[in-house]
Design a protein around this ligand. Structure first.
Ligand SMILES: [Zn+2]
Length: 57
């Protein structure tokens, strides 16, 4: 198990074994959803919140 800093709140984020690039992890401190951009070095990108409402199109 490894940890890295949350790009949102700078808290430690736990990266579980078996995760890979483009997988999602959650920050336990601020609840942000983070996408693993690159594994080496480990970089996370916060996902933008999407609206739950569906637009009729
Ligand atoms: Zn955070």
């Amino acid at each position: 198990m490894k940890t890295t800093s949350c790009p949102v709140c700078s808290s430690d984020v736990i990266i579980e074994e078996g995760l890979a690039e483009k997988d999602l992890v959650g920050c336990l401190n601020c609840g942000a959803e983070l996408e693993i951009i690159t594994w080496q070095p480990l970089q996370l990108n916060p996902l933008e919140e999407e609206s739950d409402e569906e637009n009729d199109g």
